[in-house]
Design a protein around this ligand. Structure first.
Ligand code: ADP
Length: 484
C-alpha cells in the first residue's frame, strides 16, 4: 500500500507480543496482526516496538543494536538502548532502559512502577523512529501501556516537523484497565494533566483516558464491545466521554491463529480430526475422562470451563448453577488459576462431587485436550471484549455456551434465539446462576439428539475466524486515517 511518499508506515506499540511475551489476549493480537498485515497483497510497512523485558533477554535472539539516546526525566536523563530483531518476518524493535530493566515481571501490579516503565517505552519508541528517520504514517498503540505515546503525539504534533503528519489509532483490549495511579510517572516524563479537556476531572491524568482523548481513531476488539463501552454498565465511568467520540470509535473482531489452533494437526491431541471425522473425537473424550478420573462413559455430556479465575469471567456463576442441575446426567472439568477465593470454591466443588474435576493451574496442553474432547465449553463472562475460548471451542467442535456479551455475542449464533440451522452455540443474557442453569438445561436437552448436536459442532468448525479478515479492516482504517 503506497501513500504519497511510498509504502504506508505503521508503528505498532504494545506491552506484549507473542511469541516473545504473552500474558493474555493482547499478546495474541500483537503477535498475529502485524505479520498478517504484512502478508496482505498491498502490505504496509508495519514495525513493532516492545519493551525489552528481562524475560525476553533470556531467549537467544539475533539482535542488532539500532540506536542509543536519552529520554528526559525529572530524576535526570534516562538512557535508552534499542535493538532490532525479526519475528515472523516483522521488524521488531526492543526498547531497553532503566525502568524496563528494573522489573522481572512484565506487569508489577504497581501502576506507578508500570507507568514509569510504559511511559519510558512509549516515548522512547517515538524517539527511536526519529533516530532512524523512519517517519510513521500511523502510530498504532494498544491499551493503557502505549497510550502515553498517543497523548505525546497530540501534544507535539503541531510544532514537530517529524511527527506533524502522523495519525494515531488506539486499540482498547480491556477498558477497565485504565492505568490509574500513573499520574506522577507521566508528570516525571513531562506529560502534564489534560486540564480543561473533554475528559472528566478524575480522568485527566490517567493513561488510557489520555489516549482516548488524543487518538485520531479508537477501536476495540469486537463490534459488540464497542457498543457496550458507551453504556454505564461497561463504560468504566467514561461512557459519556466515549459517546462524545462515537464517530471515531469502532469494533474490529480479533482473529484466531488458525495454524496453532487446528484439531487436524494439534500435536497435543491423542487423535486428530476434522469436521468430516467427528466420530474420532470420542477417543479424545474417553482418554480425557480416564486422565482426570471421571466416569469413562462417553455418552455422558462433558462440560468444561477454561478460564482465568476472575470476576470478569463470571467463574463464580458456575458452581451455584451446577448445584441446581444434579437431577441431570453430566460431568464437568474446570481448568483455571487466579483469584484465590474462586480457586477455593472450585476445589470444594471437586471434593463435593465425584462428577466434577477442578484443575487449578495453567496448562496449555491440557487445555487443548479439553477443547478436543469435551462437549460444551462454558464462558459465563460478565464482559468480554472479544474472547478466544469460544472461537477455539468452535474450531475444536466443543460447543460454546456463553453469556451474550461483547465478542461472545458477535461470534456465537444461539440455537434458540437465531435460526437453529445456523446456530453454533448457546447464549444466556443475565449474569446470574439461574440464567446459566436454564441455558445449560436447554443445551443438555439438545445433546440428547446427537444428529442436531453434530450440526452445531460442524457449523462452528466451519466458521471463519481468520486474522486475514481483521487485518483487512485495520488496513482500511489506516487508509481512512491518512486520507483524513
Ligand atoms: P483473556 O485474554 O481475557 O484471559 P481470552 O478468552 O481472550 O481471555 O484468552 C484466554 C486464553 O487463555 C485461551 O487460549 C484459553 O484457552 C487460555 N487459558 C485460560 N486459562 C487457562 C489455563 N488455566 N490453562 C491453559 N490455558 C488457559
Amino acid at each position: 500500500m503506497e501513500n504519497m511518499l511510498g509504502k504506508l508506515k505503521v508503528l505498532f506499540l504494545s506491552a506484549e507480543a507473542s511469541p516473545l511475551v504473552k500474558i493474555g489476549g493482547l499478546g495474541d493480537v500483537a503477535g498475529s496482526l502485524p505479520s498478517e498485515l504484512r502478508s496482505l497483497a498491498d502490505s504496509p510497512d508495519v514495525r513493532v516496538a516492545l519493551p525489552f523485558y528481562p524475560t525476553i533477554k533470556k531467549s537467544k535472539l539475533a539482535l542488532t543494536p539500532t540506536a542509543s539516546f536519552e529520554i528526559a526525566h525529572t530524576s535526570g536523563p534516562l538512557i535508552c538502548e534499542a535493538f532490532e530483531t525479526f519475528i515472523n518476518g516483522v521488524t521488531t524493535y526492543l526498547i531497553d532502559g532503566p525502568p524496563i530493566a528494573a522489573d522481572q515481571a512484565v506487569y508489577s501490579g504497581d501502576n506507578f512502577r508500570d507507568g514509569t516503565k510504559f511511559c519510558f517505552f512509549s516515548l522512547a519508541a517515538m524517539e527511536l523512529c526519529r533516530a532512524l528517520k523512519w517517519q510513521p504514517d500511523i502510530l498504532h498503540a494498544h491499551d493503557w501501556h502505549a497510550s502515553p505515546a498517543v497523548y505525546n503525539l497530540r501534544l507535539i504534533r503541531t510544532r514537530d516537523d517529524f511527527y506533524q503528519n502522523t495519525k494515531s489509532l488506539l486499540t482498547v483490549h480491556n477498558l477497565p484497565y485504565l492505568g490509574q495511579g500513573a499520574d506522577d510517572a507521566l508528570l516525571a516524563f513531562g506529560l502534564p494533566r489534560a486540564h480543561l479537556s473533554a475528559l472528566p476531572d478524575w480522568a485527566e491524568h490517567i493513561p488510557l483516558a489520555l489516549g482516548l482523548l488524543s487518538a485520531d481513531k479508537i477501536n476495540t476488539v469486537s463490534p459488540g464491545y464497542a457498543a457496550e463501552m458507551l453504556t454505564p454498565e461497561f463504560g468504566a465511568h467514561l461512557e459519556d466521554f466515549l459517546t462524545s467520540r462515537e464517530g471515531d470509535l469502532l469494533g474490529i473482531l480479533n482473529g484466531l491463529d488458525l495454524d496453532s489452533w487446528n484439531p487436524e494437526t494439534d500435536s497435543s491431541l491423542p487423535v486428530n480430526y476434522f469436521s468430516g471425522t467427528l466420530e474420532n473425537r470420542q477417543e479424545n473424550k474417553k482418554l480425557l475422562l480416564e486422565e482426570l478420573g471421571l466416569s469413562p462413559d462417553v455418552d455422558i455430556p462433558l462440560l468444561a470451563m477454561i478460564n482465568r479465575m476472575d470476576h470478569q469471567k463470571g467463574v463464580d456463576l458456575v458452581p451455584p448453577a451446577l448445584e441446581t442441575l444434579t437431577d441431570l446426567n453430566w460431568q464437568a472439568i474446570i481448568l483455571g488459576t487466579g483469584d484465590k477465593d474462586l480457586e477455593e470454591t472450585a476445589r470444594q466443588l471437586d471434593l463435593d462431587h465425584s462428577r466434577i474435576r477442578s484443575v487449578l493451574k495453567y496448562d496449555g496442553a491440557l487445555a487443548r485436550r479439553i477443547y478436543g474432547g469435551s462437549d460444551l465449553i462454558l464462558i459465563p463472562s460478565r464482559y468480554e471484549p472479544c474472547g478466544l475460548t469460544q472461537m477455539i471451542g468452535m474450531r475444536y467442535g466443543c460447543v460454546p455456551l456463553a453469556r451474550a456479551t461483547g465478542g461472545l455475542k458477535d461470534t456465537i449464533v444461539d440455537y434458540h434465539l437465531g435460526e437453529p440451522k445456523k446456530s453454533t452455540g448457546f447464549l444466556f443474557k443475565e449474569a446470574s446462576p439461574p440464567a446459566l442453569a436454564d441455558t445449560l438445561r436447554r443445551s443438555l436437552d439438545i445433546y440428547k439428539d446427537q444428529r442436531r448436536w453434530r450440526g452445531l459442532q460442524r457449523r462452528g468448525m466451519k466458521m471463519d475466524f481468520s486474522w486475514e479478515k481483521s487485518a483487512r479492516q485495520y488496513l482500511k482504517l489506516y487508509l481512512e486515517l491518512i486520507k483524513a
